[in-house]
Design a protein around this ligand. Structure first.
Ligand SMILES: NC(=O)c1ccc[n+]([C@@H]2O[C@H](COP(=O)([O-])OP(=O)(O)OC[C@H]3O[C@@H](n4cnc5c(N)ncnc54)[C@H](O)[C@@H]3O)[C@@H](O)[C@H]2O)c1
Ligand SMILES: O=C(O)[C@H](O)[C@H](O)COP(=O)(O)O
Length: 371
């Protein structure tokens, strides 16, 4: 069996070598000729998987993407060809939650907000939006949820229409897939019209897909003198991003919200498990076999620990300002893809065990580990 895997997929050889020969490729450079003998294709979000790419892949049985988003894969085409497909739902959801929480700490410090006084709207309440809402509620924030699809299938889901969030929220964070069709398309949900309906200082955060925000409309608004807090991890037309927007952003990063070591490696592990199932093979590898020890693995919490201290604890694990500085420093010389390929190690809260006789339960609920 020949397995083609993106060269930026951690532990691909370790997980997949038992199935056959693993060949690595560079995500944006993959050509149809390379896939002539491929049985399995494992990609990340930068490879467009469609009829053109797979034209010569006559042996292909399985395509996997080690990502949550699937907008780069033509799934109907795979189904037509009888090629099994799997994504990695939830693999890096924790990392994205921690990216947003870190961004909110940063905005709160910069603008001297009390987070507990902010109304935070979450658009898209799935594998990322729901735990984000839970964490923010544990931190004492008021949260409004918008997810019309969940509202349809779950009668008790506390859905508020987007209109309400636009009018009431002090912060809006988006966690939807990028869609152009269906009853609730998300393409350019934020555009000139919706921007005009927001509170003037409403902060906008996008860590889902670039085209959920009309980037040009953001630039026009910013250049007109209205400067709201803005956080962008994802951009239209990556890797060629709208550079004139950069000076107006509070936090700008290179589509790395989900790039914790755990998040990326879980993606590989989930695809490995899917392939084992498809081929009826036993699961013999686990992420814990490969994941390195974190640099800091334990913290002592005393009885004086309170809500205001959580920001310091959190910053021990992840501080989004590091990634913002990396983008601003390297984007002109090295570029967007280089930043993603050379992303420095980052762990999740679960890598830190908390010790102490009175560790508040909510710290574990936020994601830290029990010693
Ligand atoms: N920046 C990153 O590194 C990164 C990492 C992971 C995922 N993502 C992106 O985030 C997206 C969300 O991830 P997830 O795991 O939460 O996905 P999910 O499928 O679990 O949840 C998405 C939710 O959005 C809802 N939704 C769809 N259309 C909507 C609309 N018009 N308005 C409001 N809600 C709508 C769905 O009902 C669903 O509950 C992914 O599709 C992916 O594109 C980005
Ligand atoms: O959808 C996802 O899971 C994320 O956008 C993912 O983190 C993208 O990272 P990439 O696959 O491009 O490295």
């Amino acid at each position: 069996m020949i397995i083609y895997a993106d060269d930026y997929m951690p532990y691909a050889r370790q997980f997949f070598a038992g199935f056959g020969e693993v060949r690595l490729f560079s995500g944006r450079q993959l050509q149809p000729e390379q896939l002539q003998d491929a049985d399995v294709l494992l990609v990340r979000s930068i490879t467009q998987v469609n009829a053109a790419l797979l034209a010569k892949a006559s042996h292909l049985r399985f395509v996997g993407t080690a990502t949550i988003g699937t907008d780069h894969v033509d799934q109907p085409y795979l189904a037509e060809r009888g090629i099994a497909f799997s994504s990695a739902p939830g693999c890096n959801a924790r990392a994205v939650v921690e990216y947003i929480v870190s961004s909110l700490f940063c905005l709160a410090e910069r603008y001297q907000w009390s987070l507990t006084e902010q109304v935070i709207g979450i658009v898209g309440v799935g594998n990322i939006g729901q735990p984000l809402a839970d964490v923010l509620q544990l931190l004492g924030c008021k949260v409004l949820l918008c997810d019309p699809l969940r509202a349809q299938s779950e009668p008790d889901f506390p859905h508020q229409p987007l209109e309400a969030l636009l009018a009431e929220a002090d912060v809006l964070s988006f966690h939807v897939p990028h869609t152009r069709q269906g009853p609730h398309p998300t393409h350019h949900l934020i555009n000139a019209d919706t921007l005009a309906r927001l509170k003037p200082n409403c902060a906008l955060l996008n860590a889902c897909r670039g085209a959920v925000f009309d980037n040009q409309a953001l630039l026009v608004e910013a250049q007109s003198g209205r400067q709201r807090p803005l956080v962008l991890d994802v951009w239209e037309q990556e890797p060629t991003i709208l550079l004139p927007l950069l000076p107006y952003l509070d936090i700008a990063t290179a589509h790395i919200a989900g790039h914790s070591i755990e998040g990326k490696a879980r993606g590989t592990e989930q695809l490995y498990q899917q392939l084992c199932q498809l081929l009826d093979m036993p699961v013999t590898h686990r992420l814990s076999d490969f994941c390195p020890l974190p640099a800091i693995s334990a913290v002592q919490i005393t009885e004086n620990f309170g809500l205001p201290d959580v920001q310091n604890l959190f910053r021990l694990v992840y501080d989004v300002r590091r990634d913002d500085a990396l983008l601003r420093h390297h984007i002109h010389q090295q570029g967007f893809d280089w930043l993603r390929k050379h992303y420095p190690a980052r762990r999740e809260c679960s890598s830190i065990a908390l010790y102490g006789t009175k560790v508040p339960d909510w710290l574990y609920q936020i994601g830290f580990r029990q010693a």
